[in-house]
Structures are given as structure tokens and as C-alpha cells.
Design a protein around this ligand. Structure first.
Ligand code: RAM
Length: 521
């Protein structure tokens, strides 16, 4: 569990002009009416992921007369994000007691076999998509007020009475997204796995594109900067919704800490406010995301408006280096990088700093700010030199991190992406780290994305493709319709939250195969 510190004294500064520009880019959501595709049984086996067995046609839905304890499970055929309405009725004697129902929604079948009462994790159980409802008078139309992210929906009659049973006559979902599949061309390939990687990535991204780029429509349903950067990159080559990215960038710059630091995430409901979580890598990615947006859209006005905010992030982090020009490890949950337990983030963060400095340098160059560009270029070089001098371990031929000289994938990947080594050196590093297989591996698709980018940067195209098929393909083989927040092939039940019931199974930062396939293959 990351140490969470709540800073109630934090002073926020709002730029109303930026907030207004963000509001002007508020998307209109596409709505699609979706009906369940079938009635299914979800059967637990010895395997991690249960089996889904077709049970009946949905045409026969109202033939199921549910008495106390009976349940049915509906399969909506694909991952949905939307609002559900049910029509329920009674059969038998007059309804002499309230209908007492439990509704449960799951993004993947495994969630349907998990019991919310067993949840013992450290984030809110409120994220579990489950409702207990009393209906006094039947027939009734139940319009559920929450938005759910799901493919499966279970309806359990917790109780009726001895004299009547519950009938579900109809269920519909109005699925919502700022994007539409009609706007995108799927990848054509002879290879079925490549087509699946693309299809599942697109669905993941589409379902996370709401009034902002959400990290996950089940959880946490908010805008995170690290996730945004990868979603935006994928969006530019697929749905091409530039305004949604513009909106998100203006929101981040629209409210910052009083020293100008950009928050890691923000809320737009009930009103716009940034969160008191600050992750230095995410703050620095503001500049990288801004440059990517400009390159994709050509929107010079936004680049100009937001460049100061991008510069500011680098200035703030610049203060955190020691006399050797190494970034000092922060306290608690100070940087993200990955959810790998016990990961020392110093070396990876040194890489992120160099990477982002170079991106922000490009912004300065585009804006003709020569002095800033020269300063940033020198800064990137100094920090890369320090990494080569102090973080390089001659014996193993790998980068080390922190006072314990920890070896991890993350350190190698980020220092390669930062260009702290040549691509020939990068090839050797990537081969060595794979051979060494350090205990500190990678668990989030976010970190795995950066690993694949490092392979591609070093020209290891075939290995990158094989890895995508192994990693994201592993989720597909486990039944994924959308890619997950966390996937560790070596430990499928892993969760950063102490229990996987609250894991998100449509998580934006995992949508990047659609980007990688289009950009590099
Ligand atoms: C989690 C979310 C989000 C991520 C942060 C760091 O809360 O999964 O996507 O960016 O962690």
C-alpha cells in the first residue's frame, strides 16, 4: 500500500481562462442501445479464469421465474460502459412482499465468481459494482442511476415470498463514449492475434473516452496524467479526437499547486478540482503530452498557452537533484513508474526526467525560445552523463537504482527511452536484463508499454511483436474484451490494492498495442 499523505493546507491556483477553454471542448457522448446477447452460466474451475457457458437465448428471459435465492446471469457480448434499465414483474399470487434483489456487474467473468464480502483490500469497496434493491410494487421499471462498466450482469432474487416469483422481462444498456467505432479503421492483418490486439485495444480506449480520458470506467473514473499521455498517443492514430486531449491538457494546467506543480489526477464532478496526489513523473509528462498533442494536431495556440506550465514542471523537478546530478529518491508515493512492489524508482525517474527535458526542449525550439532550448539540452546531457557515471554497474552491464543498487526492468527501460545510452548499448542492456530476469519485473501494462517502446527504439522489432503477443495476448487468452489495469502473467491474481476484486479490467494505459502496431509495424 502506498503511504498516502493528505495535504489539507495545499493551496491551489486556478487559471479561469484555461478552465473555460477546457469547458469549451466538452464532448458530446455517443449513445448506443445494447441488449444482452445471451443467458450464461459462469463456472468456476481449477483455472484462474472461470468458464463461461452459454445457457439459453435471451428471448427466453421471461421464462425464468426467480424464487428466493435464484439467479440469472446475462452476457452483453462485449465490454459496455453505460446506464442499465430493467423491467421486472411478478408471477404467481399477488405480490405480498417487496422484491429484494441483488444486481452484480462484472467486466470479466472472474469478478462474477468473487464474493464482495471477502474483500479486504485497502481501497474502497465502494468500487465493487453491486447493488441491493427493494422494489415494493411490481411491475416496475428500474433505471439504475450509476454508470457501470461490465460485460456480465447477474440478477439474484434474494427474496420474493412463498407465493410469487420474480420475472425479468427486459434489460437494456445505453452505452456511452466520446468515441465511436465507426470513426476508426481496424488493422488488417493475416495474423488473427494482431487483429485481436488491435480490436481489444480500440475497445479499451473507446470505453475510457468519456467527458475526459478516464483511467478506467469501473475505477477510478478520473483523469490521470500518465494514463492520458498513452491514451492520447493511441487516440491520434485511431479515433483522432483532438479536442478531448486539448480539454484534458487545459484542465491539468487550469489548476495547479501554488508553485505551479501539476497534479497527478483530477476530478470533474461534482465540480472541477485537482487531486492532492502529486507524482513527479506524471507532472513531468505534462510537457511530453503537450508536445505530442501539438505534433498530432498542429494547434499552435494551445502549445503557446500551455508551454509555461510544461517548463515549470521541469524547473520544479530540477530542484530535486543532488550534487552528483542524480535525482534524490522521494518519500512515500512520490513517483509512479509501475506497481511493482518494492521498486526503487530513482534510476527510472532520472530517465523520465531526461526524456521529458528533451520533449520540453522541442517545445522551446518550436516556439523559437532558443535560450530555453539550449538550457534544456544542456540539462538533459548533464543528467544523462550522471546516469552513465553513477548508475551504471560495470559488472552486470546494467543500470542500478538507489542506495541498495537495485536492478530492475524499469531503470533500464527509462534510461534507454531517455537516450542515456546508444541503441547498440540499449540492445545489450535489454538482452542482459532479460537473461538476468531481475526480481523487480513489470506488472502494469503501462510499464510493459514502455518496455516494448524501448525494444522498438533499439530496433528489436520482432522481439517487440513477440512480447506484445505474449503480454497483451495473455490477457486475450484469458478472455479479455478490453485490456486490464494490471496483468502479471506470473501471478494472475496480483493486485496493487490487496485484492483483485477492485482491479479495473478496462484500463486506458493498456490500450497502446493499437498505437504500437500502427506506428512501428
Ligand atoms: C491508479 C490508477 C491510475 C494510475 C495511478 C497511478 O490509481 O490505476 O490509472 O495512473 O494508479
Amino acid at each position: 500500500m502506498p503511504k498516502v499523505s493528505i495535504d489539507l493546507d495545499m493551496v491551489l491556483v486556478t487559471n479561469q481562462e484555461f478552465v473555460k477553454k477546457a469547458e469549451d471542448c466538452m464532448p458530446e457522448l455517443h449513445e448506443t442501445m445494447v441488449k444482452p446477447a445471451a443467458l450464461v452460466d459462469i463456472v468456476k474451475t481449477d483455472a484462474v479464469y472461470p468458464q463461461v457457458k452459454q445457457k439459453d437465448s435471451v428471448e427466453n428471459l421471461s421464462n425464468y421465474h426467480l424464487a428466493k435465492g435464484d439467479k440469472i446471469c446475462l452476457d452483453f457480448g462485449d465490454h459496455q460502459v453505460g446506464y442499465v434499465t430493467l423491467k421486472v414483474n411478478s408471477v404467481g399470487s399477488p405480490q405480498d412482499a417487496p422484491a429484494f434483489l441483488r444486481l452484480k456487474f462484472g467486466e470479466i467473468a472472474k469478478e462474477m465468481t468473487e464474493n464482495s464480502a471477502d474483500y479486504d483490500g485497502w481501497i474502497s469497496r465502494g468500487w465493487i459494482q453491486e447493488e441491493y434493491i427493494h422494489v415494493d410494487i411490481l411491475p416496475a421499471e428500474l433505471k439504475l442511476p450509476r454508470r457501470y462498466a461490465f460485460r456480465y450482469m447477474e440478477i439474484e432474487a434474494i427474496d420474493t415470498s412463498l407465493k410469487w416469483q420474480l420475472v425479468v422481462e427486459d434489460v437494456t444498456c445505453i452505452s456511452v463514449s466520446a468515441a465511436s467505432m465507426d470513426e476508426v479503421k481496424h488493422i488488417e492483418s493475416e495474423d488473427e492475434m494482431v487483429r485481436s490486439l488491435d480490436r481489444v485495444s480500440l475497445r479499451t480506449l473507446m470505453n475510457c473516452m468519456q467527458s475526459v480520458f478516464e483511467d478506467g470506467p469501473k475505477r477510478d473514473r478520473r483523469l490521470w496524467l500518465g494514463d492520458l499521455r498513452l491514451q492520447a498517443l493511441t487516440n491520434y492514430v485511431t479515433f483522432r479526437n483532438f479536442d478531448l486531449v486539448k480539454r484534458c491538457l487545459y484542465l491539468f494546467a487550469g489548476q495547479t499547486r501554488d508553485d505551479g506543480l501539476v497534479s497527478a489526477c483530477l476530478f470533474t464532478e461534482p465540480k472541477f478540482i485537482v487531486d492532492d496526489t502529486f507524482l513527479l513523473d506524471y507532472s513531468m509528462f505534462f510537457g511530453a503530452a503537450l508536445l505530442d498533442y501539438y505534433k498530432a494536431s498542429g494547434d499552435m495556440e494551445t502549445l503557446r498557452d500551455l508551454s509555461k506550465c510544461a517548463y515549470r514542471q521541469m524547473e520544479i523537478v530540477k530542484e530535486q537533484f543532488d550534487e552528483k546530478n542524480l535525482l534524490v529518491n522521494g518519500e512515500g508515493f512520490w513517483a509512479f513508474i509501475d506497481w511493482t512492489e518494492g521498486l526503487d524508482k530513482q534510476a527510472a525517474m532520472q530517465g523520465v526526467y531526461i526524456f521529458c527535458t528533451k520533449k520540453v526542449q522541442q517545445i522551446a525550439e518550436i516556439l523559437g525560445d532558443k535560450e530555453k532550448a539550449t538550457e534544456l539540452s544542456a540539462e538533459a546531457e548533464t543528467k544523462a552523463e550522471a546516469a552513465r557515471k553513477y548508475l551504471w554497474d560495470k559488472e552486470t552491464g546494467l543500470f542500478v537504482s538507489g542506495s541498495d543498487r537495485q536492478i530492475s526492468y524499469a531503470s533500464q527501460v527509462w534510461l534507454i527511452l531517455a537516450g542515456a545510452v546508444s541503441s547498440e548499448e540499449g540492445i545489450q542492456i535489454l538482452d542482459k536484463v532479460k537473461e538476468l530476469n531481475p526480481e523487480k519485473g513489470m506488472v502494469s501494462p503501462y510499464m510493459n508499454h514502455h518496455y516494448v517502446e524501448a525494444l522498438l527504439l533499439c530496433g528489436k522489432k520482432e522481439e517487440a511483436m513477440d512480447y506484445m503477443k505474449y503480454y497483451w495476448g495473455g490477457m486475450i487468452s484469458s478472455g479479455a474484451d478490453t485490456f486490464w489495469e494490471l496483468y502479471n502473467p506470473k501471478n494472475p491474481a496480483e493486485s496493487p490494492y490487496g485484492n483483485s476484486i477492485v482491479n479495473s479490467y478496462c484500463h486506458a494505459w493498456s490500450c497502446t498495442p493499437a498505437y504500437l502496431l500502427r506506428k512501428y509495424f
